[in-house]
Write a protein that binds this ligand. Structure first.
Ligand code: GLN
Length: 216
């Protein structure tokens, strides 16, 4: 694959897992902790973690303003879980003073699944949504998605492409207590967001999609 360099924001969260997934998807990776490091990347991953902490560290490390500008200028960014929260233009359930970077015309509901379902797994119909030339060889069936105190996308603007919704049941066949049918993956322009953690399951289709969005 071509010499793409994808940054992983390395302030907090599951950074090594994204590095590994990106490298399996054919990208070179670099950790981003300083504003100057943003200049070297063709795209950036905002990992899962705790969005309130990442928000505060973004401000402390003076990454917030440059990153907002780069997003406006079209830098490809993929946000997973807490990263989805950070990409949302509007947030419900945020902590006091919590800010997002914005860019994606969605309302994200933070910690949407509540206590009874803090973490669960579901199989998503991924290829149907992203198969328009992205899933090489026609796709590989359901995408195992891990949700850990995840957000969902409460509303998405007209310019947002919905890539996946939650099914009715989890992987064990139990009906979801909440969230069935909710939007859990979307993209708009060069921005991609998933409420779940593909970096944890060894299936690189989401990272491959992001690499192709950067190349496109
Ligand atoms: N609940 C976290 C938040 O609001 C996200 C959890 C995660 O990234 N796994 O940031």
């Amino acid at each position: 694959m071509v010499g793409l360099t994808v940054g992983v924001l390395a302030l907090q969260g599951d950074v090594p897992e994204h590095v590994a997934a990106l490298e399996r998807a054919g990208a070179r990776t670099v950790l981003v902790r300083r504003p100057g490091e943003l200049a070297r990347v063709d795209g950036l991953v905002l990992p899962g973690g705790e969005s309130t902490v990442i928000d505060q560290l973004l401000r402390l490390f003076e990454l917030r303003d440059p990153l907002r500008r780069l997003i406006r200028e079209g830098l490809p960014v993929y946000g997973s879980c807490a990263g989805l929260v950070l990409l949302a233009d509007r947030l419900e359930g945020g902590a006091e003073d919590q800010q997002t970077l914005g860019g994606l015309d969605i309302v994200a509901r933070r910690n949407a699944f509540g206590r009874q379902a803090d973490s669960f797994e579901a199989d998503l119909d991924w290829d149907a949504a992203s198969g328009d030339g992205y899933a090489e060889g026609g796709g590989r069936g359901p995408l195992r998605a891990v949700f850990i105190r995840a957000p969902w996308i409460e509303r998405a603007g007209d310019g947002v492409e919905v890539l996946a919704r939650l099914p009715q049941r989890d992987v064990a066949g139990r009906p979801l207590a909440v969230g069935a049918g909710r939007i859990v993956a979307a993209r708009q322009g060069k921005l991609l967001a998933t409420a779940f953690h593909p970096e944890l399951v060894g299936d690189t289709r989401v990272h491959q999609l992001f690499v192709r969005m950067i190349e496109g």
